[in-house]
Each structure stands twice: as structure tokens, then as C-alpha cells.
Design a protein around this ligand. Structure first.
Ligand SMILES: [Fe+2]
Length: 296
């Protein structure tokens, strides 16, 4: 129990990370060049997309092993399909557990979504009906996954572009209900909250205020696009101002939770992402100092 408390405290103090992308393997291993502004990369931890490393060998695992020797790692998956009515995929869970044993990640996460049904994978993170029945269904499956892995998992709020007519709960109440019934952690994607607030018409602060503080163990920051009608979670732009503003609100509520920049397309050189990471760190530090001064 004492060791668990130590682990939880260490994880909460992880700091500021990046999603590990193949474009940056060498830069992360080699460190800054003479042209770079800083003497060392200010990266506290790295998140991998789990499925990219569920392979028998080769370049991804070669780099992963070397990078994991130097940085704390976090595993983030897209194939758990926790909301599906198909049985949980045992073969996938066995691979996930094996990868976790190899990487020793601080967190293992997936999404509040379903990705397929009747044995077909649709390769997208699809929204769930926000009903009491879905809460019970998903919470039962999360407990099953956690029992199999022998550890708690985190689930992330997704961006969505449609909703179910029979949803009876707002998204934030649905997330809170699943987290509490399953006793899982939450990965809060601040960009996804912003995207959904635009697409579904709600106040994003209402979402943040409803999420239990003690459940939030990791934060994602990302950019998005507009297609004229909807805000699309494309992860191909820098974090925009409204998402930074919402991040400040999140830090005020949740404290300095381990936070990372998530860029999946139009991936820039590492220093550009590090500048965004420094901005996140600056927001969190400013808020922390202000709170200390206010309490003095
Ligand atoms: Fe995310």
C-alpha cells in the first residue's frame, strides 16, 4: 500500500511530455544539436501509441527499448473498444499486457468509445450513447480489463460529431459515472472538450467542473481544424488559444497533472513541439505561483 502511494505521487509529478513519433526517434535519442536553443530536451516523459509496438521485432521496438531506458513512458491505445457489445478481445489484451511488461508504463490508457462490432473493426473512435445501461456495460468491461492487466487504466474523452437521441446524460456525467463505477482513472483531452463544446453546444467549463479531481491522471493538448460546419479533432495544428485558455481552467481545477502535446499529422521538428510544451509548463507554473501567493 505504501509503495502504491509512492507510485501515485511519482506519477502525479511526472511533468510535461510528448507523444513519441517516428520522426523524432533520432532527435530524442541524440539530444539537441549546437543549433538548438537548449542544452537538453526538456521532455519529462513520452507517450507511445500501443498498437504501433505490438509487433514481433524490428525498428519500432528497437527504438522503443532504447528510449524507454532514458524516459518514463506512458502507453496509449486505440483498439480496446471498451464500449462495443462484442466480447473483449483477449488476444489484444494479451499483447497489451506483454507490451506493458516490456515498457513498464506509468499509465495505460484508451478511449471512451467503440471501434467495431460483430468482429469488424471500423478503425475510428466512435461515440457512445450516454445512458445508464452504457455506464454499467462499460464499467463492467473496464473492471475486467483492469483485473486482467492487474492495474488501473485511464480512459480518455473523445471528440465527436454526432450524438445519440436516446442519450440521457451529458457527456461529463457519463464519464464521471463510468470512472466511479469502474474505479478507473481519466485522461482528460482538453482539445476534445473544446471540440465537443463547439460541435454540441455546451460550456466547456461545465464539463471540467463536473469531472472528479482525483480521477484525472493525465492531460492531452492538441490542435484542431474547422470544416465550416464542425470543429474537427485533426491533431495537425499547434494548440490554439481557446484550448490554452481551457487548459488554464483545467490546471486551476486539477492541479499540475502530467500533460503532453499530441500531434499526429503535419508533425513539425521537435523544437516546435518543445516550444508548445514550454508554454504548457509556463501556464501551469504561473497558476501554481498565483495559488501559493494567494494562500500566503
Ligand atoms: Fe487525446
Amino acid at each position: 500500500m505504501r509503495r502504491d502511494l509512492h507510485t501515485a505521487a511519482a506519477n502525479a509529478a511526472l511533468g510535461f511530455g510528448l507523444g513519441l513519433r517516428t520522426d523524432h526517434y533520432e532527435a530524442i535519442l541524440n539530444g539537441p544539436t549546437a543549433d538548438d536553443a537548449c542544452a537538453e530536451w526538456p521532455i519529462d516523459w513520452l507517450e507511445i501509441l500501443s498498437e504501433n509496438y505490438m509487433v514481433g521485432g524490428g525498428k519500432p521496438l528497437h527504438y522503443l527499448d532504447r528510449i524507454a531506458e532514458r524516459y518514463p513512458m506512458v502507453m496509449h491505445g486505440v483498439s480496446l473498444s471498451i464500449g462495443s457489445t462484442d466480447p473483449l478481445d483477449r488476444a489484444y489484451l494479451i499483447q497489451l499486457k506483454a507490451l506493458a511488461e516490456r515498457v513498464q508504463p506509468r499509465f495505460i490508457s484508451d478511449h471512451f468509445c467503440w471501434t467495431g462490432v460483430a468482429g469488424r473493426n471500423l478503425h475510428d473512435l466512435l461515440p457512445l450513447p450516454h445512458t445508464d445501461e452504457a455506464v454499467r456495460h462499460i464499467a463492467r468491461r473496464v473492471r475486467e480489463v483492469q483485473d486482467f492487466l492487474g492495474r488501473q487504466i485511464l480512459l480518455e474523452n473523445i471528440s465527436s460529431y454526432l450524438s445519440f437521441k436516446h442519450s440521457a446524460l451529458p457527456e461529463w456525467e457519463f464519464i464521471r459515472a463510468v470512472a466511479e463505477e469502474a474505479d478507473c482513472g481519466l485522461l482528460l483531452d482538453v482539445n476534445n472538450i473544446y471540440v465537443n463544446s463547439c460541435n454540441h453546444g455546451f460550456d466547456p467549463q461545465t464539463f471540467i467542473d463536473a469531472i472528479p479531481v482525483e480521477r484525472v491522471q493525465q492531460i492531452h493538448l492538441a490542435g484542431h481544424s474547422h470544416n465550416g460546419k464542425l470543429v474537427i479533432d485533426t491533431h495537425d495544428h499547434p494548440v490554439p488559444d481557446p484550448v490554452w485558455a481551457l487548459y488554464a481552467i483545467a490546471v486551476q481545477r486539477f492541479g499540475t497533472v502530467p500533460t503532453m502535446i499530441e500531434r499526429d499529422d503535419h508533425i513539425p521538428l521537435l523544437p516546435e513541439l518543445l516550444a508548445e510544451l514550454a508554454h504548457a509548463r509556463g501556464i501551469a507554473t504561473t497558476i501554481k505561483h498565483a495559488e501559493v501567493e494567494a494562500s500566503a
